[in-house]
Write a protein that binds this ligand. Structure first.
Ligand SMILES: *Cc1c(COP(=O)(O)O)cnc(C)c1O
Length: 385
């Protein structure tokens, strides 16, 4: 096995950054970020004058409340450094030692920040995907619901409501991990905002399916947000002025029609992919290949000595190095999903024909097959720039 632990993942990620730097140093470079995580930083020159420690926040606080509430609902907004930081601050504030934290989602697994935060406070953490055998035991301090998983699997609105009712019957607060869901569920699936469905807290990631910076926004009940804010400040988890500025501009810029446009591109790509591969699945705004499906497809050509995860990292690296396409496994944080996803709502799809993306998928996959059993080569592709 090639990528075995968090340190290996950090190393593969740093090598990808070097590759990206080499690519953008070329004249007339082309690079397509199809992660759906743009990390955009929209700001104009006048905004930049406001970026001083105490001046910026006094201006931005009002605006982030206004645009954050329009996007997420709720009584109050708290901007944090990442969705993971928001989850951590919430769990530090609301969960006591030896109590249960239940997490319901459409498909395993939940984002690792939730279980890791529960470990820190010594809570009992458990994930569920089946509403029929889901019960909330006494001694539960928090119900987490993921609106859309890391692989964009979206929970039905009916289930959402049932879960919220079940928790509220026992006076247990509900936190929705709506990292991508705050846009995916509402725009593509026509669902309500999590706070409008009754959730006490919802958190979204400002760089997922919108042109914002990597950051998190928590919305919800004022008294809970105030408690979370104390923890966020104590541990330095709150967003700083430059990020908040870019969040505000990202929220102002957000237009659901861009997400809806990706649907026709997806149709076109699915037609091209046709029956040549058995591994592609639809995602709400594109296509994706999950690790076991990729493993099976590659195994058709003979036995392989890599894990399903390794093959995801390898293909993602080949896409980056040979085709200049960024997908998540090449650049992700340790523990993130290894699914290779092509998000057609990404801004860079404006510069890439669907037909040309199809050709790049084909050639990168052929190359993958040609190197998969050469372990030295695989290591150099994953760990060297
Ligand atoms: C991306 C994601 C997160 C974490 O977001 P970060 O900005 O990386 O902290 C949490 N939960 C889900 C469901 C996600 O998709």
């Amino acid at each position: 096995m090639i990528v075995n632990n968090s340190l290996d993942e950090v190393n593969k990620r740093e090598a990808s950054y070097k590759t990206i730097k080499n690519i953008i140093n070329q004249d007339d470079y082309y690079l397509y970020d199809l992660t759906g995580l743009s990390g955009g930083f929209l700001a104009d020159i006048n905004d930049l004058d406001l970026l001083q420690t105490y001046i910026g926040p006094s201006v931005f606080e009002e605006e982030i409340q206004k645009y954050g509430k329009a996007h997420m609902g709720g009584e109050k907004i708290l901007a944090v450094n990442r969705t993971s930081s928001g989850i951590l601050a919430s769990i530090l504030a609301l969960v006591k030692k030896n109590t249960n934290v239940l997490h319901f989602l459409k498909e395993f697994p939940g984002h690792p920040s939730i279980s890791r935060a529960c470990d820190l406070v010594n809570a009992n953490y458990k994930e569920f995907i089946n509403i029929n055998n889901f019960e909330i035991p006494d001694n539960t301090s928090l119900l987490v619901i993921t609106g859309s998983t890391m692989d964009h699997k979206v929970l039905e609105e009916d289930t959402f409501k049932k879960l919220i009712d079940m928790a509220h019957e026992k006076n247990i607060p509900v936190l929705v991990d709506d990292a991508s869901g705050a846009r995916l569920r509402t725009v593509i699936f026509n669902q309500k905002k999590a706070t409008d469905l009754g959730a006490d807290l919802a958190i979204t990631s400002t760089d997922k399916l919108m042109n914002g910076p990597r950051g998190g926004l928590i919305a919800g009940k004022k008294d809970l947000i105030n408690k979370i804010q104390v923890k966020a400040n104590q541990f330095g988890l709150e967003a700083q002025a430059p990020a908040i500025l870019a969040m505000i501009n990202g929220l102002k810029d957000f237009d659901g029609r861009n997400l809806l446009n990706s649907l026709s591109k997806k149709e076109e790509l699915l037609n091209l992919l046709g029956s040549s591969y058995g591994m592609f699945k639809e995602s709400p705004t594109g296509v994706m290949v999950q690790k076991d499906d990729l493993f099976r497809e590659v195994s058709k050509k003979g036995e392989i000595n890599l894990s399903p995860e390794d093959i995801c990292f390898l293909w993602s690296k080949i896409l980056l190095k040979k085709e200049h396409i960024i997908t998540i496994p090449a650049v992700s944080m340790p523990g993130a999903s290894t699914t290779v996803r092509f998000d057609l709502s990404s801004k860079d799809m404006d510069n890439l024909e669907v037909k040309s993306l199809f050709n790049k998928i084909n050639s990168s996959f052929e190359y993958l097959l040609s190197v998969v059993n050469n372990l030295d080569k695989v290591k150099s592709i994953i760990y060297l720039q």
